[in-house]
Design a protein around this ligand. Structure first.
Ligand code: MTE
Ligand code: CO
Length: 390
């Protein structure tokens, strides 16, 4: 920095007078200088905002936890406005005893705290046929990573007593879309949570207040918000969200179905189209996030030359099962154009594929489950653009 910089030599306005007292904001908000850090939608993507999506600003975040107010929202019938005093959760179907719980009832069972990512199966769906949206917020922002507090679904189901022919459960939402999905009983009894808190406070209305289902590692659509009912059955229900939606049409005209697990994926969040390199050449920090629905992330590799040379990135922060990981790769940028990519390897040994490897197996008809490697082109000015390389 230059000697005589007024930012250091002159007394600044904030030091000339007393600041605001406590309690000016009983529920605190970010600094006014951070007003650009916000969820954003893509208006042309959907016909109406009540059945739509907005996106997490991944390029503005660091670490692994998504702040509650920035978690992307996906609603099929708008946000339900539920009075917690009138909230009920019903368990019915193939159980010994049908039950109804109040919110207070749920909070009297033993609680668990777990961090999990939620990724919409449609995340990166607009990129199947080629690079389209200019920003990781839009290409990869249908994901959030939150620490949930809740009761294990197993505990709730054990209260009702699942009959021996109870092989599937169907959570149902209380919102206008009455979202329903079929979940196999093995998953329901394994790690699902009936959650009422996120990152330490009550769920936000947008995220399912007062109660949502958490289905770790599986596609976001199954994480029913505003959860009002869980039915136990002996076969899947084949509702709209698991037939016409959330299936993957292959090149041969057949569709993959019940593709619940989210494959390992990663993206470089900085630099990216909304977050160019502004400091010029020299020491440069590349950072991004990686996750897998099958476990932890073991390694992330970064390339600056479109995949000719791969370097091991440094994962820093918690490495939790089915939770987001943060990686960094530091290098000396000579100011010439770059083709940046990241590649995740998960704890099963699975390696994130290139987009072309994915298309070779899945064709180009899919919307869901695009976990292909993302490429950013960086020009001499440090500006980034969403591109594909063959
Ligand atoms: N649950 C209900 N009741 N209604 C919905 O519209 N959308 C689903 C799922 N659960 C939905 C729902 C979809 S497609 C996704 S990706 C996630 O909620 C999004 O969760 P979020 O809004 O917390 O990001
Ligand atoms: Co979704």
């Amino acid at each position: 920095l230059a000697a005589g910089d007024p930012a250091i030599t002159e007394v600044q306005p904030w030091a000339n007078q007393l600041g605001e007292g406590v309690d000016v904001a009983p529920y605190g908000m970010p600094s006014k200088y951070e007003a650009h850090v916000r969820r954003r939608d893509v208006p042309w993507l959907t016909a109406d905002p009540v059945s739509s999506v907005n996106f997490t600003p991944l390029h503005e975040l660091d670490g692994v936890i998504t702040p509650n107010g920035l978690c992307f929202e996906r609603h099929h019938g708008g946000t339900a406005d539920i009075d917690p005093a009138k909230y009920r959760l019903m368990i019915n179907g193939l159980v010994e005893k049908e039950l109804v719980f109040t919110l207070q009832d749920l909070k009297r069972f033993p609680r668990q705290n777990r961090a999990y990512f939620l990724e919409c199966a449609a995340n990166s769906g607009m990129e199947w046929r080629g690079a389209q949206l200019n920003g990781c917020q839009f290409t990869h922002g249908m994901i959030h990573n939150v620490i949930y507090t809740g009761v294990s679904l197993r505990t709730i189901l054990e209260q009702a007593g699942v009959k021996t022919n109870g092989k599937w459960v169907m959570p149902e939402g209380a919102d206008a879309s009455a979202m329903t999905r079929s979940i196999p009983i093995e998953k329901a009894l394994d790690d699902c949570l009936v959650a009422f808190a996120m990152n330490g406070e009550a769920l936000r209305p947008e995220q399912g207040y007062p109660v949502r289902l958490v289905v770790p590692g599986w596609e976001g659509n199954m994480w029913v918000k505003w959860l009002r009912r869980i039915e136990v059955g002996d076969m899947p229900w084949h509702h709209r969200e698991e037939t016409s939606k959330y299936t993957d049409l292959m090149a041969n005209g057949k569709a993959r179905r019940f593709t619940w697990e989210m494959d390992a994926k990663s993206v470089i969040t900085n630099p990216s189209p909304q977050a160019p390199i502004t400091h010029g050449k020299g020491h440069t920090i590349i950072t991004g996030v990686a996750w897998s629905g099958r476990g932890t992330i073991k390694e992330v590799h970064v390339t600056t030359d479109g995949g000719r040379n791969w370097h091991q990135a440094r994962i820093d922060g918690p490495s939790w099962d089915k939770s987001m990981h943060r990686f960094y790769y530091e290098f000396d940028w000579d100011g010439s154009p770059l083709l940046l990519q990241s590649r995740a390897v998960d704890s099963t040994g699975y390696v994130q594929p290139t987009k072309n490897e994915l298309r070779a197996v899945r064709g180009e008809n899919s919307i869901y489950h695009n976990n292909g490697i993302q490429t950013w082109h960086i020009n001499e000015k440090g500006e980034a653009e969403n591109v594909e390389i063959s």
